[in-house]
Design a protein around this ligand. Structure first.
Ligand code: ZN
Length: 237
């Protein structure tokens, strides 16, 4: 694979080990151009090359719609490929999306409205175009809430005001995730929908926006590993 760090290092090592070889023999062996060889072995030239290329690239993106389109396609494909094959990239990207959502929910005026407007627009569109959605959307919402009520009764949830005091103190009256002190609520750490009752060892303090974004997901499907470990340690104390 060309242009990976390993490949670059391989070329550099080869150049170092064979100081008497001619440039053209090296380029021939690795099937690279003279310019590429220079980039790999001369950091100053690499810097100059990258600057020149980035200028050229920006200019073309601005002025050449075809180029812009193919560049965007290239980025999308590379993103898709990395999401499918590279777990480190995937975790990082998912965390980035989540963090951005939280930040915007907290700080950006009108973001909440924007989100609900988008939902409404999508909803209206589906109501017009998707008969199945039209027939079922209310029922599916209702089923969710009924199931919630039934689950609560089944599990005989009995979380008392004293338990609430305990949980609040345990989390120092702050959102466990973002430290916000506003709009706090007690939430199921492991979700009710998957059969976990609200107890002292399953109750966390979250702000409304962190709670909303977690939804009914299992903690490990939403938060990063380190945070999950931290909270579990706290709860099992
Ligand atoms: Zn929060």
């Amino acid at each position: 694979m060309k242009h990976t760090e390993e490949f670059k290092q391989q070329v550099r090592d080869y150049v170092k080990d064979n100081p008497t070889l001619l440039k053209k023999d090296i380029t021939k062996k690795f099937k690279i151009s003279h310019e590429t060889l220079k980039r790999y072995t001369d950091p100053e030239f690499e810097k100059y090359f990258n600057e020149r290329y980035s200028k050229y690239h920006k200019n073309r993106v601005l002025n050449d719609p075809e180029y812009k389109k193919s560049f965007n396609k290239h980025c999308q494909n590379s993103h898709k490929r990395k999401m499918a094959n590279n777990p480190v990239y995937r975790d990082k990207f998912n965390k980035h999306v989540k963090d951005r959502y939280h930040l915007r929910m907290k700080n950006e005026k009108g973001y909440k409205e924007k989100i609900s407007k988008r939902w409404l627009k999508n909803h209206n569109h589906k109501m017009e175009t998707d008969p199945e959605y039209k027939a079922n959307w209310k029922a599916s919402l209702k089923i969710q809430t009924n199931a919630r009520r039934e689950k609560k009764a089944d599990l005989n949830e009995n979380y008392t005001p004293a338990d609430l005091e305990y949980t609040m103190a345990l989390f120092k009256h702050k959102c466990a995730y973002c430290d916000s002190q506003k709009d706090l609520c007690i939430d199921h750490w492991r979700p009710l929908s998957k059969g976990y009752a609200l107890t002292r060892t399953n109750a966390v303090v979250l702000c409304n926006s962190c709670n909303a974004s977690k939804g009914a997901k299992l903690p490990e499907d939403h938060f990063d590993k380190e945070f999950v470990g931290l909270i579990e340690a706290k709860l099992d104390k």
